[in-house]
Ligand binder design. Structure first.
Ligand SMILES: Cc1cc2nc3c(=O)[nH]c(=O)nc-3n(C[C@H](O)[C@H](O)[C@H](O)COP(=O)(O)OP(=O)(O)OC[C@H]3O[C@@H](n4cnc5c(N)ncnc54)[C@H](O)[C@@H]3O)c2cc1C
Length: 465
């Protein structure tokens, strides 16, 4: 078959979403080109290796449960490269009264934990008898949990958890959009844990059992970047054009793209276009000869800044046994860090022998000003928390500081209006597809599934043409 006869697809953004779509479309015989603004592929995924340290600058781990992720890892031949999180990483800490307390992992430890008082413990039991509830309007995660349990559970479980996942504020996040399975759980059963079990069961492929001990957390031997590098390596050479940003899309059959590579203009004509870039970038793209910005409204999606500070210490500088995943801080505890990850416990090969690595997250919705500090100021700012929570003494022997000015989109109440804007643009522009973290969920499995879905939609559109 003449390769020029195969439909062409331009994918904007070489993050996990865009590269998954590119890999799947290439596998289906499409001519694929990926345009990436930055000098390297991966988007938020970036691993830095130096002198025996392996630092994740963005995401650190991924839940290895979604069948799409397992299939992609298998198709890429990466199964032998998986690094499964250490068993001890199941233990997680939450700060209360100025110290790390292990978070309860089961009913027994829940009733014994000093993290929660009797009222919260009883509410866990009585909530099991809640009746199904269909809400007409969206609700914040904090409001929903208060309604089912107690304010204490919001303060000491939900608040730190949301700081860890979204760098966000549970009072602002929409249950319907940020936690659709919780929304569904309440509709189905009333009780959230009973409903979640029903939702999970319905989602599992027939015959598959719930994994014992929960969904494993993984990375790869060379860090998450290994997934990105492998995806890029499986595409024909030259498929990914780095340092190239889409400025304008002129819709038509084919679509015409105008891109910038430094001062130079480039682009081309493509049968299909996928936009897999974050919301602030979608908002900037102009459309047509009149340079309309139909997604301008997406610029108002809140993206708090986050600093990720990977710190290496000699083992003897850290008193804590680091026997866990790490710890999170509730806002009520007034700490300077959102959380501390015990990186060298989590996965092997993160620190040279005789050393340990911690990753500190700061900023987020809670203290955006902390995220913007320079490296020495940030180290000073988190020193007290490191000393009090994990017994760190002295200066780190290794530092890798990453700053994400607009880190994670907050799926706040009223998020429908942003989804509507994307839906409307797709409806009026045949063969244009939008996906990624601001539409399909922020986790890496969500983004990967988004890439798979985008590839399927392109293939379906091409089959109809
Ligand atoms: C600090 C941090 C920690 C995180 N931790 C975790 C975690 O532990 N586990 C987890 O599951 N998730 C985590 N996440 C979330 C997850 O990493 C992201 O949601 C996901 O990687 C987004 O993938 P994406 O491909 O949709 O977008 P991105 O990774 O943002 O990729 C989009 C790409 O588009 C490019 N681009 C933008 N504009 C243009 C343009 N005009 N033209 C061309 N290219 C353009 C960008 O340069 C970028 O490379 C974390 C995120 C951050 C920031």
């Amino acid at each position: 078959m003449n390769p020029q006869a195969q439909p062409s697809v331009a994918i904007i953004g070489a993050g996990l979403t865009g590269l998954t779509a590119a890999y799947r479309l290439h596998g289906r015989g499409f001519r694929v080109k990926v345009f990436e603004r930055w000098a390297q592929a991966g988007g938020a995924i970036r691993t830095h290796r130096e002198g025996g340290w392996l630092a994740e600058c963005g995401p650190n781990s991924v839940q290895f449960g979604a069948p799409e992720l397992k299939q992609l890892v298998a198709d890429l031949g990466l199964e032998g490269e998986i690094a499964v999180a250490n068993e001890t990483a199941k233990k997680r800490f939450i700060v209360r009264g100025g110290r790390f307390i292990p978070a309860p992992m089961g009913p027994g430890s829940f009733f014994a934990t000093p993290l929660f008082g009797l009222g919260t413990k009883l509410s866990i039991f009585t909530e099991l008898f809640s009746r199904p509830r269909v809400r007409n309007t969206d609700v914040s995660l904090a409001e929903l949990v208060r309604c089912h349990y107690t304010q204490e559970l919001v303060d000491y479980a939900v608040n730190p958890l949301i700081a860890g996942i979204y760098a966000g504020d549970p009072e602002k996040l929409s249950v319907k959009h940020a936690f659709p399975s919780v929304w569904e759980a309440e509709r189905l059963k009333g009780s959230l844990p009973r409903g979640m079990m029903a939702v999970m069961k319905a989602r599992r492929p027939p015959g598959e059992k719930r994994p014992k001990g929960g969904t494993p957390l993984i990375s790869f031997r060379l860090g998450l970047q290994q997934l990105i590098d492998t995806l890029v390596a499986r595409l024909p050479p030259g498929t990914v054009e780095l340092n190239t940003a889409l400025d304008t899309l002129i819709p038509g059959r084919p679509h015409r793209l105008v891109c910038s590579r430094g001062a130079e203009k480039c682009g081309g004509e493509f049968d299909h276009v996928i936009l897999a870039v974050p919301a602030p970038a979608l908002a900037q793209i102009t459309f047509g000869t009149l340079a309309e910005r139909p997604l301008a409204t997406l610029d108002s999606i809140v993206h708090p800044p986050v600093a990720s500070l990977f710190l290496g210490f000699k083992r003897e500088q850290v008193a804590h046994p680091l026997d866990g995943f790490g710890g999170l801080t509730p806002e009520k505890e007034r700490r300077d860090v959102l959380g501390i990850l015990f990186s060298s416990t989590l996965f092997p090969g993160r620190a040279p022998d005789g050393h340990v690595a911690l990753t500190v997250f700061a900023g987020g919705m809670r203290q955006p000003e902390h995220a913007r500090l320079g490296t020495p100021q940030l180290i000073e700012r988190v020193r007290k928390d490191l000393a009090e929570l994990v017994g760190v003494t002295g200066d780190p022997v290794y530092v890798k500081h990453s700053f994400w000015p607009r880190a994670i989109p907050q799926y706040t109440l009223g998020y429908d209006r942003y989804l509507d804007a994307m839906n409307r643009l797709e409806e009026r522009t045949p063969n244009l597809f939008i996906g990624g973290q601001c539409r399909d969920g922020i986790s890496l499995p969500d983004c990967l599934k988004s890439g798979e879905r985008l590839a399927r939609r392109v293939a379906e559109a091409a089959a109809k043409a």
